[in-house]
Design a protein around this ligand. Structure first.
Ligand code: 5GP
Ligand code: ZN
Length: 117
C-alpha cells in the first residue's frame, strides 16, 4: 500500500519511523503513544491513510469494528481487561485531532476521569 511520505502514521506503518509496536496485521497496527496520558496508552491505526473518522466511507465503516477487536485483544495482553479501559477517536479540529490519519486511543491502567471534554 502506498504510504503518504508526509504522514507520521503512514511512515510508522511502513517501518520508516520506529515505534513500540504491539500488534500488526495486513490492515491494522498498534503501538504505544509517544506521549502517554495513562500507564497504558496505545494507538490503534489502520494502515490505509484515512485522514479522519469523517473521511471514512460507508464501505470502510467495518474497519472501526476491527479496531475495537484489536483493542479488546490488547486489553487482554496488557492484563487490564477486568479493570477496564477507554477507547477514544478524536475527529477534526474541535474534536482534538492532532495527527491527520485515523487512529483510536486505547487508555487504561489508572482510574480515568468522568469528564469527556
Ligand atoms: P490525536 O491528538 O491526533 O488524537 O492523537 C495523536 C497522538 O499521536 C498523540 O497522543 C501523540 O502523542 C501521538 N503521536 C504523535 N506522533 C507520534 C509518534 O511519532 N510516535 C508515537 N508513538 N506517537 C505519536
Ligand atoms: Zn497516513
Amino acid at each position: 500500500m502506498k504510504e503518504r511520505t508526509d504522514c507520521i502514521f503512514c511512515r510508522i506503518a511502513a517501518g520508516e519511523i520506529g515505534s513500540d509496536l504491539l500488534y500488526q496485521d495486513n490492515g491494522i497496527i498498534a503501538f504505544r503513544d509517544i506521549n502517554p496520558l495513562a500507564p497504558t496508552h496505545i494507538l490503534i491505526v489502520p494502515r490505509k491513510h484515512i485522514s479522519s473518522l469523517a473521511e471514512l466511507s460507508e464501505d470502510e465503516a467495518t474497519l472501526t469494528g476491527t479496531m475495537v477487536n484489536v483493542a479488546n485483544c490488547l486489553a487482554r495482553s496488557e492484563g487490564i481487561v477486568e479493570r477496564g479501559y477507554r477507547l477514544v477517536i478524536n475527529c477534526g479540529r474541535e474534536g482534538g485531532q492532532g495527527v491527520a490519519h485515523l487512529h483510536m486511543h486505547f487508555l487504561g491502567g489508572r482510574q480515568l476521569g468522568n469528564q469527556l471534554g
